[in-house]
Design a protein around this ligand. Structure first.
Ligand SMILES: CC(C)(COP(=O)(O)OP(=O)(O)OC[C@H]1O[C@@H](n2cnc3c(N)ncnc32)[C@H](O)[C@@H]1OP(=O)(O)O)[C@@H](O)C(=O)NCCC(=O)NCCS
Length: 178
């Protein structure tokens, strides 16, 4: 079993104070890995800082939504988010989004630590029963990370995204929390 890294790593909820660094890291993720995300750098670069602030702000109407940041020596180097669905019939579901660890901090367990922290928080949310996510087919490092956390593949959407004229399939995964 992989060891979760020790300090100087810390993982905590992001707040609106983190919006500038969150926004910069997210843009870097979208620019450097366009095939890994459904959002694109072009659409997000045009959004004001207030959009990022709103995204990481706690909202009592969306209790299943949060973003976590991984900090190495106080620098934001990784992140992952959870987004709930709030229509009554699907309120027991939430989606893991925006997983990214900067390459200079990669390969030492930060992604796993982020996901484990997210799962502890998700399990503590009453009414939340299962998590889903998508990962681009062929992104084996990310898919293995999710499998280590218990996510199972339940389908593949062919040609889910198109980047630079090339289509990529998305593998859909699910994890029962209780
Ligand atoms: C996918 C991603 C989040 C993984 O983050 P990470 O912090 O490198 O993940 P981990 O360190 O937990 O695991 C990565 C690998 O390092 C290995 N590893 C972890 N700790 C290790 C250690 N202490 N020593 C050696 N290897 C280690 C893991 O076994 C894993 O190996 P594998 O690829 O053979 O399965 C990161 O590579 C990334 O952001 N990629 C680009 C964006 C992306 O694909 N996001 C996912 C969208 S769905």
């Amino acid at each position: 079993m992989l060891e979760v890294p020790q300090p100087p790593l810390s993982i905590r909820l992001l707040t609106p104070h983190d919006a500038p660094t969150y926004c910069a890291l997210r843009l870097r993720a979208l620019m450097d890995h366009p095939e890994a995300f459904t959002s694109s750098a072009e659409e997000e670069a045009g959004k004001p800082l207030s959009w990022s602030k709103d995204r990481v702000k706690a909202d009592a109407n969306k209790p299943h939504d949060f973003f976590l940041g991984a900090f190495l020596d106080d620098n934001l180097v990784g992140m992952v988010g959870l987004q709930g669905r709030y229509r009554p019939k699907e309120r027991h579901n939430a989606t893991v989004v925006g997983m990214f660890v900067a390459p200079e901090a990669g390969g030492r367990g930060l992604g796993l630590a982020l996901m484990r922290d997210l799962l502890v928080r998700a399990q503590a949310l009453p009414g939340l029963e299962q998590l889903d996510l998508t990962v681009t087919e062929g992104n084996n490092t990310a898919q293995r990370l999710y499998e280590r956390c218990g996510f199972k593949v339940f389908g593949v959407l062919p040609r889910a995204i198109r980047v630079g004229g090339r289509y990529y399939a998305k593998v859909h995964m699910v994890l029962a929390l209780r």
